[in-house]
Ligand binder design. Structure first.
Ligand code: ZN
Ligand code: ZN
Length: 399
């Protein structure tokens, strides 16, 4: 597969990619409400001649999956783009500003949708040379936490028969024209926890007749700080934070209960699996010593996003051809999280960061900021990268 012909096709589509991105930007839809976006995507893919088109996942009408079959035999690779927006009021003064009050594409998923449509278009122009199958996943609800879209799409067949998956996120921390990659963990897991401490309420003047959950909560919080510092290998990355603390109604009342809640992030799948047990042991032990009882609810949200070395090496080699070696950078792990991680738990995956920061074009603000914006000129290379990756990967002999 000739990469320069893919780059040419991507460049020829640059005006269309900008137009599509801005159209999605002006019409953002919240997680699990991306109906218009999905209808548009479905129609676009149908016109390109894609097969096995399915729209509607998780009992909704949102999300689209479709296959592009090459004329030659080969492997099956999936490409994923997320399509949802955020509950945020846009502050950019641009002609394509969000038409919906309180809803904004502030993470760049408008760009992901436009880029993936362009990839489908580029590859459908090369069907005769294409091997195997490229499966397109336009995924709803990446931002929906425990109700996010990836697990639903996987449950409903998105990865059936798939040998590997690729995807990208536009990245405001990286200059336009550059591509960031990393082998192994690239984004952290994100889990949340909630601890209820049951004591026995009473008068503030008579603590001996009560069992004070507030002092117990304070001790639990302090001791939780030793989990990462004393129990986890210092070379590993783990964050255990308390974000909420609730107890009491008046200064002279010892409350009945206290509640502590927070989050855990790590880049190590094995440590992630141990954290609930460690926290439960600490909470139960401290509470028992202080005559309270503990009830810990630990809720896994997003797994660690892990890049497979072989598939990521493949993506990197295509990136060198598209961006130039000097523009392909190894990045540190990002402690944010992504529901792309669910795909990586099932099949070898590569997830890369496409630089979009250019202050002269107003695209330097961070993700989820009301002034976040994308440098559209960075997008054709992103499309060429995913198209080149899919074309080369499907043509490859099995590993
Ligand atoms: Zn986001
Ligand atoms: Zn995002």
């Amino acid at each position: 597969m000739n990469i320069s012909s893919i780059i040419e096709k991507a460049n020829a589509l640059s005006g269309k990619i900008t137009e599509l991105r801005r159209k999605f930007h002006a019409n953002p839809e919240l997680p699990w409400q991306e109906k218009e976006t999905s209808l548009f995507v479905e129609e676009y893919l149908r016109n390109l001649g894609l097969e096995n088109i399915k729209r509607g996942f998780g009992g909704t009408e949102c999300g689209v999956m479709a296959d592009l079959k090459g004329a030659k035999s080969g492997r099956c690779v999936a490409l994923r783009g997320d399509i949802d927006a955020l509950p945020l009021e846009e502050e950019n003064d641009v002609p394509y500003r969000s038409k919906k009050s309180g809803v904004m594409h502030a993470c760049g998923h408008d760009a992901h949708t436009a880029v993936l449509l362009a990839v489908a278009e580029i590859l459908s122009l090369m069907k005769e040379e294409l091997c195997g199958t490229v499966r397109f996943l336009f995924q709803p609800a990446e931002e929906a936490g425990m109700h996010s879209g990836a697990p639903k799409m996987i449950e409903e067949g998105a990865l059936d028969g798939v040998d590997a998956i690729g995807g990208l996120h536009v990245w405001a921390l990286l200059e336009s024209g550059k591509l960031g990659y990393r082998t192994g963990p690239i984004m952290a897991s994100a889990d949340i926890w909630d601890l209820k401490i049951q004591g026995k309420g009473g008068h503030g003047a008579m603590p001996h007749n009560a069992v004070d959950p507030t002092v117990t909560a304070a001790t639990v919080i302090s001791t939780l700080q030793t989990v990462v510092s004393r129990e986890i290998d210092p070379l590993e990355t783990v964050v255990l934070s308390v974000g909420k603390l609730e107890a009491g109604t008046a200064v002279n009342i010892i409350p009945d209960t206290a509640r502590v809640a927070g989050n855990v992030r790590t880049t190590n799948r094995e440590i992630r699996g141990r954290m609930e047990g460690i926290m439960k042991r600490v909470a139960d032990g401290i509470c028992a010593a202080m005559r309270c009882t503990a009830e810990l609810t630990y809720t896994p949200i997003y797994p660690v996003t892990v890049n497979d070395p072989v598939v990521t090496g493949f993506m990197r080699s295509v990136a060198v051809d598209v961006f130039g070696a000097e523009n392909v950078k190894e990045l540190p792990v990002a402690m944010g999280s992504e529901d792309y991680s669910y795909y990586g738990e099932k099949v070898p995956a590569a997830y890369v960061f496409l630089g979009i920061a250019d202050e002269t074009k107003g695209s330097g603000n961070q993700h989820h900021n009301p002034k976040f914006n994308v440098d559209d000129e960075a997008l054709p290379k992103g499309a060429a990268l995913l198209a080149g990756f899919a074309a080369r990967f499907t043509a490859r002999e099995s590993a």
